[in-house]
Design a protein around this ligand. Structure first.
Ligand SMILES: [Fe+2]
Length: 271
């Protein structure tokens, strides 16, 4: 079973973050070398800082290609609010741009990948957040249709029969910070907890968005619940970033699902 490296919120295009991400890639190569093939790299959104600067899509695409060439065969991405617009104002036209660049195969969500007996289900937490009346703040919404497909996916034989299941998305599912939350978090909770009650374990829930890098292990009976923070350390507004416990962190975790004990998951220092 491959281990997972979880990173998030790269914000390529902001200041010199393209160079910062190059340094991250270089350190990943140095630290993992030939072992890169033993990992799945999960990136939970905000790959770029502003979708209106379309060149940044190609910058990140090139960098992910570089990672693939260095042995990271499995790289899974989902979009964040900045990938579809400015961060607060999204635009439907960027959905196709993002999908064409990052998804050669399946373009509907959940994105399902079965990798060495682990089912990965990636969600688009911007799916219902691109209407004219959503054009302020940085909330997320999965929508009923995507949640129904998630429920169906979890009950499919090929997903049920996997040893482990990982669900990943951009928006933080637990943190009810005003104007920043996943609006249909309770519905997501119901889908996941109902599955767990039927014996379909959810072994990890991975997300970003808050840039704080905290873990909430055990929430919703899910042993690993991780916010990866911002790998490039993108600061948030200064009125938040000075508050103790709320500062930006880069929590790049190596998750070994074969280990029952989540405290054995390590963090990589890449900057
Ligand atoms: Fe972000």
């Amino acid at each position: 079973m491959k281990k997972i490296i979880h990173i998030s919120d790269l914000h390529i295009g902001y200041e010199d973050f393209s160079e910062r991400f190059s340094k991250i890639i270089s350190n990943l190569k140095t630290q993992l070398g030939e072992q890169a093939r033993d990992y799945v790299l999960v990136i939970t959104g905000d790959l770029i800082d502003n979708a209106h600067n379309q060149d940044d899509f190609f910058v990140i695409q090139k960098k992910l290609e570089e990672l693939k060439q260095s042995g990271f065969e499995e790289i899974l991405v989902v979009p964040g609010n900045h990938d579809y617009g400015t961060g607060s104002r999204g635009d439907k036209k960027f959905v196709k741009v993002f999908h064409d660049i990052f998804y050669q195969d399946q373009k509907t969500f959940p994105r399902k990948n079965i990798i060495e007996n682990v089912a990965f289900l990636g969600l688009d937490s911007m799916a219902e957040e691109l209407n004219w009346y959503d054009e302020i703040w940085a909330e997320g919404e999965l929508g009923n249709e995507q949640l129904q497909r998630l429920e169906a996916n979890l009950h499919e034989d090929e997903v049920r029969s996997c040893a482990k299941r990982v669900v990943y998305l951009h928006h933080h599912p637990f943190d009810f910070r005003p104007l920043h939350q996943l609006k249909d978090s309770r519905k997501l909770k119901k889908v996941l907890c109902d599955a767990i009650a039927e014996g379909i374990s959810i072994d990890a829930l991975l997300y970003g968005h808050n840039h704080e890098g905290k873990s909430h292990n055990g929430q919703w009976d899910i042993p690993r619940c991780y916010d990866a923070g911002s790998a490039t350390l993108k600061p948030r507004p200064s009125y938040i970033d000075w508050v103790p416990g709320f500062q930006t962190k880069a929590s790049v975790r190596v998750i070994d699902l074969e280990q029952h004990d989540a405290t054995l998951d390590k963090e990589l220092t890449l900057l």
